[in-house]
Structure formats: C-alpha cells, structure tokens
Design a protein around this ligand. Structure first.
Ligand code: FMN
Ligand code: ATP
Length: 152
C-alpha cells in the first residue's frame, strides 16, 4: 500500500528550513503532497509577496515532492479529503493545534495521523531560515544602498 504524506505552508521565498521540512516529511512515506496556502488565508503574518501559482509551481518542481496543490479558499479539509493522506506532518512552528486537527479529521470520518516535524537551526553565521527574515534582510540592504547613494 502506498503511504501518502501531506505537508503544508506558505513557501513564499524558499530556504533550507523548507528543504529540511519537506525532506523529513517525504522520508515518512512513499508520496509527498504539499498544500500551498492561498494568500487570502495567510492572515497571522505578512502575506506572501509571490503569487499563489508561482509558489505552488516551485514546490511542485522539487524532487522530494510528488505533487503540490494550491489550498482551498475556505475549507482546509477539502484538499485533505481529495488527497487522502495517511499522515499530515505539521511544521515545527506551525500555529495549528495537532489535537484540534485530529478532532476535526475524526469528525469528518477521515482516518489520518497527525505528526510534527523537527526544526532546522542555522548551520553557519548569517544563514536565514525564515521567509520573513529574508524579506527584512532585503529591505535593510536596499535601504542602506539608498542611504549610501544619497550620501555621495
Ligand atoms: C492540514 C492542513 C491543511 C491546510 N489546507 C489549506 C488549504 O486548503 N488552503 C489554505 O489556504 N491553507 C491551508 N492550510 C494552511 C496553510 O497551509 C498555512 O498553515 C497557513 O495559512 C500559513 O501559515 P504558515 O505559513 O505559518 O504555516 C492548511 C493547513 C493544515 C495544517
Ligand atoms: N527552519 C525551519 N526548520 C524546519 N521547518 C521549517 C523551517 N522554516 C520553515 N519551516 C516549515 O516550512 C513550512 C513552510 O514555512 P512557511 O513558508 O509557511 O514559513 P517560514 O519560512 O517559517 O516563514 P516565516 O518565518 O516568514 O513564517 C512550515 O511548515 C514551517 O514550519
């Protein structure tokens, strides 16, 4: 029997933390399906800069990923019902509550485990493992270039 795994996230600017998460999720089964959050549903942090389709296409192209799916706009369990995973792997810092998801799954009659992935720490000075921090770094770098140009 094929063991199907689901991972999920925003994946706005890809970094090694994403690679770690998706590789670990893939190692838990035979097929890795990734649900990419729709921009309108990313409400607990700054929304993604890149379009939904572009974020899905990049994740879909990764070797460890069987298929990337754009999430549903209203009901996060619709793609789950379609994919039919054996395990949903939450990211180490994802705000979702594993027990609440287990309850919602059993309420819908979906037989699926919920696991939590490990986090990856930076391995060298300056490695950035967060899209939000990469965006901050870009903004800071561009602002200091503008300051330097203004000073000339
Ligand atoms: C089991 C599961 C299914 C999800 N399905 C969807 C979905 O269909 N559509 C969507 O926009 N977001 C979906 N999400 C939510 C996002 O993947 C994501 O967690 C959130 O919007 C962005 O927050 P994050 O980047 O901190 O994870 C799902 C999350 C989980 C845990
Ligand atoms: N350093 C990391 N180690 C392991 N998993 C990570 C790491 N960074 C992100 N992930 C996981 O990758 C998935 C997608 O991350 P997402 O793009 O939603 O946010 P992010 O990269 O953490 O950015 P931000 O810090 O802006 O929220 C999530 O499940 C998240 O837990």
């Amino acid at each position: 029997m094929t063991r199907r795994i689901v991972a999920q996230g925003t994946f706005d600017i890809i970094h090694p933390g994403h690679v770690h998460y998706l590789s670990e999720a893939a190692s838990m089964g035979d097929e890795l399906h990734v649900i990419v959050a729709r921009r309108e549903n990313v409400t607990h942090k700054e929304p993604p800069v890149l379009p939904d389709r572009q974020r899905r296409d990049v994740i879909d192209a990764l070797e460890v990923v069987t298929e990337a799916h754009l999430g549903h706009s209203e009901d996060i369990f619709v793609p789950i019902e379609r994919i039919g995973p054996d395990v949903i792997v939450l990211g180490h810092d994802q705000h979702h509550d594993a027990d609440a998801i287990r309850e919602a799954l059993s309420g819908r009659g979906i037989d699926c485990e919920v696991a939590r992935a490990s986090g990856r720490e930076p391995r060298y000075e300056g490695e950035l493992l967060s899209t939000g921090r990469i965006v901050d770094r870009i903004v800071e770098a561009r602002a200091s270039e503008t300051d330097d140009a203004d000073a000339v």
